[in-house]
Design a protein around this ligand. Structure first.
Ligand SMILES: Cc1cc2nc3c(=O)[nH]c(=O)nc-3n(C[C@H](O)[C@H](O)[C@H](O)COP(=O)(O)OP(=O)(O)OC[C@H]3O[C@@H](n4cnc5c(N)ncnc54)[C@H](O)[C@@H]3O)c2cc1C
Length: 385
Protein backbone atom coordinates (compact mmCIF):
# COMPACT_ATOMS: atom_id res chain seq x y z
CA UNK A 1 0.00 0.00 0.00
CA UNK A 2 1.63 3.34 -1.01
CA UNK A 3 2.60 5.34 2.09
CA UNK A 4 1.31 8.67 0.81
CA UNK A 5 -2.11 7.24 0.07
CA UNK A 6 -2.34 5.59 3.47
CA UNK A 7 -1.61 8.98 5.01
CA UNK A 8 -4.58 10.32 3.04
CA UNK A 9 -6.83 7.70 4.57
CA UNK A 10 -5.47 8.30 8.06
CA UNK A 11 -6.07 12.04 7.76
CA UNK A 12 -9.65 11.56 6.59
CA UNK A 13 -10.72 9.61 9.69
CA UNK A 14 -10.79 10.44 13.43
CA UNK A 15 -7.43 9.65 15.02
CA UNK A 16 -8.81 6.89 17.23
CA UNK A 17 -10.60 5.18 14.32
CA UNK A 18 -7.51 3.92 12.55
CA UNK A 19 -4.29 2.22 13.59
CA UNK A 20 -1.11 0.80 12.12
CA UNK A 21 0.13 -0.29 15.53
CA UNK A 22 1.83 -3.70 15.28
CA UNK A 23 -0.11 -5.19 18.20
CA UNK A 24 -3.43 -4.15 16.68
CA UNK A 25 -2.46 -5.50 13.26
CA UNK A 26 -1.62 -8.81 14.89
CA UNK A 27 -4.77 -8.85 17.01
CA UNK A 28 -7.08 -8.18 14.06
CA UNK A 29 -5.32 -10.50 11.61
CA UNK A 30 -7.41 -13.62 12.27
CA UNK A 31 -10.80 -14.82 13.39
CA UNK A 32 -11.34 -18.13 15.23
CA UNK A 33 -10.75 -20.18 12.08
CA UNK A 34 -7.63 -22.27 11.53
CA UNK A 35 -4.59 -20.21 10.53
CA UNK A 36 -2.56 -21.80 7.76
CA UNK A 37 -0.63 -18.77 6.55
CA UNK A 38 -0.78 -15.78 8.90
CA UNK A 39 -0.94 -12.51 6.99
CA UNK A 40 -1.01 -9.05 8.50
CA UNK A 41 -3.19 -6.14 7.42
CA UNK A 42 -1.63 -2.75 6.68
CA UNK A 43 -4.16 -0.98 8.83
CA UNK A 44 -7.14 -1.57 11.10
CA UNK A 45 -10.09 0.82 10.95
CA UNK A 46 -12.93 1.13 13.46
CA UNK A 47 -15.53 3.34 11.80
CA UNK A 48 -18.18 4.92 14.03
CA UNK A 49 -20.51 6.06 11.26
CA UNK A 50 -21.79 4.98 7.86
CA UNK A 51 -19.97 7.95 6.30
CA UNK A 52 -16.67 6.68 7.69
CA UNK A 53 -17.32 3.24 6.19
CA UNK A 54 -18.00 4.97 2.87
CA UNK A 55 -14.74 6.91 3.19
CA UNK A 56 -12.77 3.71 3.77
CA UNK A 57 -14.38 1.78 0.92
CA UNK A 58 -14.15 4.72 -1.47
CA UNK A 59 -10.46 5.06 -0.70
CA UNK A 60 -9.88 1.31 -1.04
CA UNK A 61 -11.71 1.30 -4.36
CA UNK A 62 -9.54 4.09 -5.75
CA UNK A 63 -6.30 2.50 -4.56
CA UNK A 64 -7.24 -1.10 -5.33
CA UNK A 65 -6.78 -2.14 -1.71
CA UNK A 66 -8.42 -5.26 -0.32
CA UNK A 67 -10.89 -4.73 2.54
CA UNK A 68 -11.63 -7.50 5.03
CA UNK A 69 -14.77 -6.72 7.00
CA UNK A 70 -14.97 -7.92 10.56
CA UNK A 71 -17.59 -8.15 13.27
CA UNK A 72 -16.42 -9.81 16.47
CA UNK A 73 -14.06 -12.23 14.71
CA UNK A 74 -15.84 -15.34 16.04
CA UNK A 75 -16.21 -16.98 12.61
CA UNK A 76 -14.60 -20.39 12.42
CA UNK A 77 -13.85 -20.60 8.72
CA UNK A 78 -11.34 -17.77 8.32
CA UNK A 79 -13.77 -15.37 6.61
CA UNK A 80 -12.33 -12.48 8.61
CA UNK A 81 -8.67 -13.52 8.28
CA UNK A 82 -6.61 -10.62 6.95
CA UNK A 83 -4.73 -10.78 3.68
CA UNK A 84 -1.30 -9.18 3.46
CA UNK A 85 -1.53 -5.39 3.25
CA UNK A 86 -5.32 -5.22 3.46
CA UNK A 87 -7.57 -2.95 5.48
CA UNK A 88 -9.35 -4.73 8.31
CA UNK A 89 -12.65 -2.90 8.70
CA UNK A 90 -13.93 -3.67 12.19
CA UNK A 91 -17.57 -2.75 12.78
CA UNK A 92 -17.39 -3.32 16.53
CA UNK A 93 -17.86 0.36 17.39
CA UNK A 94 -21.04 0.69 15.36
CA UNK A 95 -22.94 -1.04 18.13
CA UNK A 96 -26.06 1.03 18.77
CA UNK A 97 -29.60 -0.27 18.85
CA UNK A 98 -31.24 2.60 16.99
CA UNK A 99 -34.90 1.76 17.39
CA UNK A 100 -37.17 -0.87 18.92
CA UNK A 101 -40.71 -0.78 17.53
CA UNK A 102 -42.83 -3.28 19.48
CA UNK A 103 -46.01 -2.63 17.50
CA UNK A 104 -44.20 -3.34 14.24
CA UNK A 105 -42.30 -6.26 15.85
CA UNK A 106 -38.95 -5.02 14.61
CA UNK A 107 -35.74 -3.33 15.66
CA UNK A 108 -33.22 -1.23 13.78
CA UNK A 109 -29.59 -1.86 14.66
CA UNK A 110 -26.05 -1.03 13.71
CA UNK A 111 -23.97 -4.04 12.59
CA UNK A 112 -21.70 -4.20 15.61
CA UNK A 113 -24.51 -4.89 18.09
CA UNK A 114 -23.81 -8.18 19.86
CA UNK A 115 -26.64 -10.70 19.39
CA UNK A 116 -27.09 -11.23 23.16
CA UNK A 117 -27.27 -7.46 23.77
CA UNK A 118 -30.06 -7.13 21.21
CA UNK A 119 -31.90 -10.03 22.82
CA UNK A 120 -31.55 -8.48 26.27
CA UNK A 121 -32.83 -5.13 25.02
CA UNK A 122 -35.88 -6.48 23.20
CA UNK A 123 -36.71 -8.90 26.04
CA UNK A 124 -37.81 -5.85 28.02
CA UNK A 125 -40.59 -5.46 25.45
CA UNK A 126 -41.47 -9.18 25.52
CA UNK A 127 -39.58 -10.04 22.34
CA UNK A 128 -36.63 -12.08 21.17
CA UNK A 129 -34.39 -11.91 18.13
CA UNK A 130 -34.64 -15.57 17.18
CA UNK A 131 -31.38 -16.52 15.38
CA UNK A 132 -29.13 -17.76 18.17
CA UNK A 133 -25.78 -19.10 16.98
CA UNK A 134 -23.87 -20.78 19.77
CA UNK A 135 -21.63 -17.71 19.69
CA UNK A 136 -24.60 -15.38 20.36
CA UNK A 137 -23.01 -13.92 23.47
CA UNK A 138 -19.97 -12.68 21.54
CA UNK A 139 -20.87 -12.42 17.85
CA UNK A 140 -22.38 -9.39 16.12
CA UNK A 141 -25.59 -9.02 14.15
CA UNK A 142 -23.50 -7.89 11.14
CA UNK A 143 -21.41 -11.07 11.33
CA UNK A 144 -24.53 -13.18 11.82
CA UNK A 145 -26.06 -11.57 8.73
CA UNK A 146 -22.92 -12.06 6.66
CA UNK A 147 -22.79 -15.76 7.56
CA UNK A 148 -26.58 -16.31 7.60
CA UNK A 149 -26.02 -17.77 11.04
CA UNK A 150 -28.36 -20.39 12.42
CA UNK A 151 -28.72 -21.68 15.93
CA UNK A 152 -30.66 -23.98 18.17
CA UNK A 153 -33.94 -22.15 17.62
CA UNK A 154 -33.74 -22.23 13.82
CA UNK A 155 -35.77 -25.46 13.58
CA UNK A 156 -38.87 -23.43 14.37
CA UNK A 157 -37.91 -19.79 13.87
CA UNK A 158 -35.60 -19.97 10.90
CA UNK A 159 -32.05 -18.80 10.26
CA UNK A 160 -30.85 -15.21 10.00
CA UNK A 161 -32.17 -14.68 6.46
CA UNK A 162 -35.69 -15.14 7.73
CA UNK A 163 -35.18 -12.53 10.44
CA UNK A 164 -33.87 -9.68 8.28
CA UNK A 165 -36.35 -7.26 6.77
CA UNK A 166 -34.10 -4.53 5.42
CA UNK A 167 -30.43 -3.65 5.15
CA UNK A 168 -28.19 -0.68 4.63
CA UNK A 169 -25.12 -1.70 2.71
CA UNK A 170 -22.02 0.16 1.55
CA UNK A 171 -20.85 -1.23 -1.78
CA UNK A 172 -17.23 -1.65 -2.85
CA UNK A 173 -17.00 1.86 -4.33
CA UNK A 174 -18.46 3.51 -1.22
CA UNK A 175 -22.04 3.84 -2.49
CA UNK A 176 -24.73 3.39 0.17
CA UNK A 177 -27.77 1.33 -0.79
CA UNK A 178 -30.97 0.46 1.07
CA UNK A 179 -32.66 -2.88 0.51
CA UNK A 180 -35.85 -4.50 1.73
CA UNK A 181 -38.87 -3.26 3.63
CA UNK A 182 -39.96 -2.27 7.10
CA UNK A 183 -42.89 -4.66 6.85
CA UNK A 184 -43.20 -8.45 6.90
CA UNK A 185 -44.79 -8.48 3.50
CA UNK A 186 -42.62 -6.88 0.86
CA UNK A 187 -42.85 -9.01 -2.20
CA UNK A 188 -42.22 -6.61 -5.07
CA UNK A 189 -38.86 -6.52 -6.80
CA UNK A 190 -35.66 -8.47 -6.44
CA UNK A 191 -34.82 -9.88 -3.03
CA UNK A 192 -31.55 -8.03 -2.56
CA UNK A 193 -31.79 -8.39 1.21
CA UNK A 194 -31.88 -12.17 0.90
CA UNK A 195 -28.97 -12.02 -1.53
CA UNK A 196 -26.78 -10.02 0.83
CA UNK A 197 -27.56 -12.17 3.86
CA UNK A 198 -24.98 -14.96 3.80
CA UNK A 199 -22.70 -13.23 1.28
CA UNK A 200 -19.85 -13.06 3.83
CA UNK A 201 -18.86 -9.50 3.04
CA UNK A 202 -18.29 -10.20 -0.66
CA UNK A 203 -21.09 -7.94 -1.93
CA UNK A 204 -20.71 -5.04 0.47
CA UNK A 205 -20.49 -4.00 4.08
CA UNK A 206 -23.68 -4.22 6.12
CA UNK A 207 -23.91 -0.95 8.05
CA UNK A 208 -27.49 -1.20 9.30
CA UNK A 209 -30.23 -3.78 9.63
CA UNK A 210 -33.94 -3.87 10.33
CA UNK A 211 -34.55 -7.15 12.10
CA UNK A 212 -37.76 -8.99 12.72
CA UNK A 213 -38.63 -9.75 16.33
CA UNK A 214 -40.67 -12.64 17.70
CA UNK A 215 -42.72 -12.64 20.86
CA UNK A 216 -41.02 -14.42 23.74
CA UNK A 217 -43.12 -17.52 24.41
CA UNK A 218 -45.06 -17.53 27.66
CA UNK A 219 -44.57 -21.23 28.13
CA UNK A 220 -41.52 -23.40 27.46
CA UNK A 221 -41.23 -27.15 28.06
CA UNK A 222 -37.96 -29.03 27.79
CA UNK A 223 -37.74 -32.79 27.42
CA UNK A 224 -34.59 -34.84 27.67
CA UNK A 225 -35.19 -38.11 25.85
CA UNK A 226 -32.43 -40.67 26.44
CA UNK A 227 -32.10 -43.61 24.05
CA UNK A 228 -30.11 -46.81 24.19
CA UNK A 229 -29.08 -46.35 20.55
CA UNK A 230 -28.14 -43.30 18.47
CA UNK A 231 -29.97 -44.48 15.37
CA UNK A 232 -33.20 -44.95 17.27
CA UNK A 233 -32.78 -41.44 18.64
CA UNK A 234 -32.37 -40.20 15.06
CA UNK A 235 -35.56 -42.05 14.17
CA UNK A 236 -37.16 -40.17 17.06
CA UNK A 237 -36.54 -36.93 15.16
CA UNK A 238 -38.66 -38.23 12.30
CA UNK A 239 -41.32 -39.53 14.67
CA UNK A 240 -41.75 -36.08 16.21
CA UNK A 241 -42.17 -34.58 12.74
CA UNK A 242 -44.73 -37.20 11.80
CA UNK A 243 -46.65 -36.33 14.95
CA UNK A 244 -47.02 -32.87 13.33
CA UNK A 245 -45.11 -31.10 16.05
CA UNK A 246 -42.60 -28.35 15.38
CA UNK A 247 -40.39 -28.02 18.46
CA UNK A 248 -38.46 -24.80 18.99
CA UNK A 249 -35.32 -26.82 19.64
CA UNK A 250 -34.55 -30.42 18.73
CA UNK A 251 -30.93 -31.47 19.16
CA UNK A 252 -29.39 -34.91 19.02
CA UNK A 253 -26.29 -35.74 21.02
CA UNK A 254 -24.35 -38.97 20.68
CA UNK A 255 -22.48 -40.95 23.35
CA UNK A 256 -19.07 -39.40 22.60
CA UNK A 257 -20.46 -35.89 22.85
CA UNK A 258 -22.30 -36.69 26.06
CA UNK A 259 -19.24 -38.14 27.76
CA UNK A 260 -17.10 -35.23 26.57
CA UNK A 261 -19.60 -32.79 28.04
CA UNK A 262 -19.66 -34.80 31.26
CA UNK A 263 -15.88 -34.65 31.43
CA UNK A 264 -15.76 -30.92 30.77
CA UNK A 265 -18.74 -29.67 32.72
CA UNK A 266 -19.32 -32.31 35.39
CA UNK A 267 -22.74 -33.33 34.06
CA UNK A 268 -23.93 -36.94 34.18
CA UNK A 269 -25.55 -37.36 30.78
CA UNK A 270 -23.76 -40.61 29.97
CA UNK A 271 -25.30 -42.33 32.99
CA UNK A 272 -28.73 -41.81 31.50
CA UNK A 273 -28.36 -43.29 28.02
CA UNK A 274 -26.31 -43.65 24.85
CA UNK A 275 -27.99 -40.88 22.88
CA UNK A 276 -29.90 -37.80 23.91
CA UNK A 277 -32.62 -35.99 22.07
CA UNK A 278 -33.05 -32.58 23.64
CA UNK A 279 -36.39 -31.09 22.73
CA UNK A 280 -37.99 -27.79 23.63
CA UNK A 281 -41.55 -26.83 22.81
CA UNK A 282 -42.80 -23.30 23.30
CA UNK A 283 -45.91 -21.19 23.01
CA UNK A 284 -49.44 -21.74 24.21
CA UNK A 285 -49.48 -25.37 23.05
CA UNK A 286 -46.12 -26.19 24.64
CA UNK A 287 -47.44 -28.52 27.35
CA UNK A 288 -49.71 -30.46 24.99
CA UNK A 289 -46.94 -30.79 22.42
CA UNK A 290 -44.46 -31.98 25.05
CA UNK A 291 -46.97 -34.60 26.19
CA UNK A 292 -47.46 -35.87 22.65
CA UNK A 293 -43.68 -36.02 22.09
CA UNK A 294 -43.31 -37.97 25.31
CA UNK A 295 -45.90 -40.46 24.08
CA UNK A 296 -44.32 -40.84 20.63
CA UNK A 297 -40.76 -41.25 21.89
CA UNK A 298 -41.73 -43.64 24.67
CA UNK A 299 -42.96 -45.98 21.94
CA UNK A 300 -39.38 -45.98 20.59
CA UNK A 301 -38.01 -47.08 23.95
CA UNK A 302 -36.84 -43.71 25.19
CA UNK A 303 -36.55 -42.74 28.84
CA UNK A 304 -37.83 -39.21 29.09
CA UNK A 305 -37.51 -36.61 31.76
CA UNK A 306 -39.16 -33.21 31.87
CA UNK A 307 -36.56 -30.71 32.92
CA UNK A 308 -37.20 -27.79 35.22
CA UNK A 309 -36.25 -24.37 33.86
CA UNK A 310 -32.78 -24.26 35.42
CA UNK A 311 -31.87 -27.80 34.38
CA UNK A 312 -33.28 -27.18 30.88
CA UNK A 313 -31.19 -24.04 30.48
CA UNK A 314 -28.12 -26.00 31.61
CA UNK A 315 -28.76 -28.73 29.04
CA UNK A 316 -29.27 -26.22 26.25
CA UNK A 317 -26.05 -24.45 27.22
CA UNK A 318 -24.20 -27.78 27.25
CA UNK A 319 -25.48 -28.40 23.73
CA UNK A 320 -24.27 -24.98 22.60
CA UNK A 321 -20.81 -25.87 23.88
CA UNK A 322 -20.52 -29.24 22.19
CA UNK A 323 -18.48 -28.19 19.18
CA UNK A 324 -15.49 -30.40 19.86
CA UNK A 325 -13.36 -27.29 20.48
CA UNK A 326 -11.34 -29.24 23.06
CA UNK A 327 -9.41 -30.98 20.29
CA UNK A 328 -6.40 -29.21 18.77
CA UNK A 329 -7.53 -27.61 15.52
CA UNK A 330 -5.09 -29.56 13.35
CA UNK A 331 -6.97 -32.74 14.34
CA UNK A 332 -10.47 -31.33 14.16
CA UNK A 333 -12.84 -30.88 11.28
CA UNK A 334 -16.24 -29.32 11.80
CA UNK A 335 -18.86 -29.78 9.17
CA UNK A 336 -22.41 -28.58 8.86
CA UNK A 337 -24.26 -31.12 6.78
CA UNK A 338 -27.84 -30.91 5.56
CA UNK A 339 -29.67 -34.03 4.44
CA UNK A 340 -33.31 -34.56 3.56
CA UNK A 341 -35.24 -35.51 6.66
CA UNK A 342 -36.10 -38.91 5.18
CA UNK A 343 -32.37 -39.75 4.94
CA UNK A 344 -31.46 -38.85 8.51
CA UNK A 345 -31.20 -42.34 9.97
CA UNK A 346 -29.30 -43.56 6.91
CA UNK A 347 -26.95 -40.59 7.19
CA UNK A 348 -26.21 -41.32 10.85
CA UNK A 349 -25.59 -45.00 10.13
CA UNK A 350 -23.28 -44.23 7.21
CA UNK A 351 -21.40 -41.60 9.21
CA UNK A 352 -20.79 -44.09 12.00
CA UNK A 353 -19.64 -46.71 9.50
CA UNK A 354 -17.18 -44.34 7.84
CA UNK A 355 -15.86 -43.12 11.19
CA UNK A 356 -15.21 -46.71 12.29
CA UNK A 357 -13.56 -47.56 8.98
CA UNK A 358 -11.18 -44.61 9.14
CA UNK A 359 -10.61 -44.52 12.90
CA UNK A 360 -12.10 -41.05 13.31
CA UNK A 361 -13.81 -40.07 16.53
CA UNK A 362 -17.17 -38.37 16.03
CA UNK A 363 -18.95 -35.71 18.00
CA UNK A 364 -22.61 -35.80 17.22
CA UNK A 365 -24.05 -33.68 14.51
CA UNK A 366 -26.53 -31.09 15.66
CA UNK A 367 -29.63 -32.55 14.19
CA UNK A 368 -32.24 -29.96 13.49
CA UNK A 369 -34.91 -31.20 11.16
CA UNK A 370 -35.66 -28.90 8.26
CA UNK A 371 -39.16 -27.52 8.47
CA UNK A 372 -39.96 -29.03 5.13
CA UNK A 373 -38.14 -31.88 3.46
CA UNK A 374 -35.48 -30.46 1.18
CA UNK A 375 -34.99 -32.10 -2.19
CA UNK A 376 -31.40 -30.92 -2.44
CA UNK A 377 -28.58 -33.45 -2.43
CA UNK A 378 -26.15 -33.63 0.44
CA UNK A 379 -24.48 -30.27 0.88
CA UNK A 380 -22.00 -29.09 3.37
CA UNK A 381 -20.72 -25.77 4.66
CA UNK A 382 -17.69 -25.70 6.79
CA UNK A 383 -18.10 -25.19 10.55
CA UNK A 384 -21.48 -23.68 11.10
CA UNK A 385 -23.51 -24.70 14.10
C1 LIG B 1 -18.20 -21.15 19.72
C2 LIG B 1 -18.79 -20.80 18.39
C3 LIG B 1 -20.07 -21.20 18.10
C4 LIG B 1 -20.63 -20.90 16.87
N1 LIG B 1 -21.90 -21.30 16.65
C5 LIG B 1 -22.50 -21.03 15.49
C6 LIG B 1 -23.83 -21.45 15.28
O1 LIG B 1 -24.44 -22.07 16.14
N2 LIG B 1 -24.39 -21.17 14.11
C7 LIG B 1 -23.74 -20.48 13.12
O2 LIG B 1 -24.31 -20.24 12.05
N3 LIG B 1 -22.46 -20.05 13.30
C8 LIG B 1 -21.83 -20.32 14.45
N4 LIG B 1 -20.53 -19.94 14.66
C9 LIG B 1 -19.83 -19.26 13.53
C10 LIG B 1 -20.51 -17.93 13.19
O3 LIG B 1 -20.31 -17.62 11.82
C11 LIG B 1 -20.03 -16.75 13.98
O4 LIG B 1 -19.93 -16.99 15.35
C12 LIG B 1 -20.83 -15.45 13.81
O5 LIG B 1 -21.96 -15.49 12.98
C13 LIG B 1 -19.90 -14.45 13.20
O6 LIG B 1 -20.14 -13.19 13.76
P1 LIG B 1 -18.93 -12.20 14.01
O7 LIG B 1 -19.52 -10.92 14.44
O8 LIG B 1 -17.93 -12.76 14.93
O9 LIG B 1 -18.34 -12.06 12.53
P2 LIG B 1 -16.85 -12.29 12.03
O10 LIG B 1 -16.33 -13.60 12.44
O11 LIG B 1 -16.07 -11.11 12.37
O12 LIG B 1 -17.10 -12.30 10.45
C14 LIG B 1 -17.73 -13.41 9.85
C15 LIG B 1 -17.85 -13.14 8.35
O13 LIG B 1 -18.77 -12.08 8.14
C16 LIG B 1 -18.16 -10.97 7.47
N5 LIG B 1 -18.73 -9.77 8.10
C17 LIG B 1 -18.73 -9.48 9.43
N6 LIG B 1 -19.41 -8.35 9.65
C18 LIG B 1 -19.84 -7.92 8.45
C19 LIG B 1 -20.61 -6.79 8.01
N7 LIG B 1 -21.08 -5.89 8.87
N8 LIG B 1 -20.85 -6.67 6.68
C20 LIG B 1 -20.40 -7.57 5.79
N9 LIG B 1 -19.68 -8.65 6.14
C21 LIG B 1 -19.40 -8.82 7.45
C22 LIG B 1 -16.68 -11.17 7.66
O14 LIG B 1 -15.92 -10.60 6.61
C23 LIG B 1 -16.57 -12.69 7.68
O15 LIG B 1 -16.57 -13.19 6.35
C24 LIG B 1 -19.91 -20.20 15.88
C25 LIG B 1 -18.62 -19.79 16.17
C26 LIG B 1 -18.06 -20.09 17.41
C27 LIG B 1 -16.66 -19.67 17.70
Amino acid sequence: MPELQLTDLISSLPADAISTDADQLQRYSTDLGPVVDLQLPAVVVWPGTIEEVQTVLGWAYRTGTVVVTRGAGTGVSGGAHATAGCIVLSLERMNRILDIRPDDELAVVEPGVVNADLNAAVAEYGFMYAPDPASYRISTIGGNIATNAGGLRCAKYGVTREAILALEVVLADGTLIHTGHQTFKGVAGYDLTGLIVGSEGTLGVVVGATVRLKYLPDEVHTLAAFFPDFRIAAAGVLAVGKARIQPAIMELLDAATMSELDRQFGSSLSDRGTALLLIQTDGFGAAAEAEEIRRVLSCLGSTISTENAAEAEKLVELRRNSRGMEKPEEYRVGEDVAVPRSQLVLYVAELERMAAEHGVSLRSPAVMPARSPTPSPLRSRKERG
